[in-house]
Design a protein around this ligand. Sequence first.
Ligand SMILES: Nc1nc2c(ncn2[C@@H]2O[C@H](COP(=O)(O)OP(=O)(O)OP(=O)(O)O)[C@@H](O)[C@H]2O)c(=O)[nH]1
Ligand SMILES: [Mg+2]
Length: 356
Amino acid sequence: KDAFGAKAKDGKFLVRSLNEEMNTILEKGLKNTDESEQPSGMVSGFFQKYVTGGKTITKDDMNSISQKILNHLIAKNITQETANKLVAKIQEKLVGSKTPSFTSLNTIFKSALNEELTKILSPTISVDLLNDIKKHLREKPGQPYVLAVVGVNGVGKSTNLSKIAYWLLQNDYRVLITACDTFRSGAVQQLKVHVDNLKLATCLEDGEARIELFEKGYGDASLVTKVAKASIEYASKNDFQIVLMDTAGRAHTNDQLMASLLAFGNAANPNKIIMVGEALTGNDSVAQAQNFNKAFGSKRHIDFFLVSKCDTVDKSIGTIVNLVTSIGAPVLFVGVGQTYTDLRTLSVDWAVNLLM
Ligand SMILES: Nc1nc2c(ncn2[C@@H]2O[C@H](COP(=O)(O)OP(=O)(O)OP(=O)(O)O)[C@@H](O)[C@H]2O)c(=O)[nH]1
Ligand SMILES: [Mg+2]
């Protein structure tokens, strides 16, 4: 649990950020990879010579380095389109500028790329969910804070929703989990197993189970909206401050299943919608994010990403960049394994270093 996080002075249990610890997880993978793909090896061979300061960077200088950078970014799982945009931005910034003394073009390009990636991954809206929850509960007493988790099949929605529940339990909230996946056989039972595990954990830790499952079995989309509404009512009456809604996995290309998200969003009226995307997804991640974002209509959108299975991608974490650039939502958490403590916040520096 120590790796998971710790209580801050103000009593908040904060999830640790994914950092050095992850490098240990990835080390094994790094050993097996081609030297040319090492983080420091990105543009080796190009412009290694130091140039004296004051040289104006030309488009030709840039063109010869750009393809290499593009290939590098694509190898990291960043889509061609996103990579093109990134390189174009850097070109625009650098062409015509003067080189500082004792700095190679290689270094200049790398630092511009580092800056651009940092800008992309740094959240422009607050990812302080605990603060948002506190504010809501203060302003609307008796009304639970509702989080909904969506995404394509098998990406880790139910597992990571359970990790979020565990984190909220560490923050002393009473948590109701709603089984809005009324489609896939076994989905409700699977969620029950998670809730039973979490009940046991909180009972062992502080002698009181502060988590329950709300479910009405299986049925079609009309049952989903009923369950969502009824669980909010139940939470209000039974003093649950948080409602976490698990939803069915759906292909972002299945119009019928995607359309039912609109009714779900209207019924559940979640405070935040979290889309779970797999770190492995690569190219498809952009369309996934765009389609899920669109599905909620013009009044609601995906608020945060949770990028799951980061422990399985070696250092090709470009999917994170694809997701964030696709709809501009920030990464709330990253999943790094299958147990309840395998949740981290994203360290932007760490992610950028891995992409370099
Ligand atoms: N290695 C690893 N495995 C994960 C992570 N998150 C989830 N998983 C695994 O991914 C598999 C699918 O997880 P679920 O939570 O059932 O996925 P889901 O999105 O709810 O699936 P559906 O409801 O069928 O759409 C399980 O075996 C999880 O243990 C993660 O961060 N790392
Ligand atoms: Mg599930």
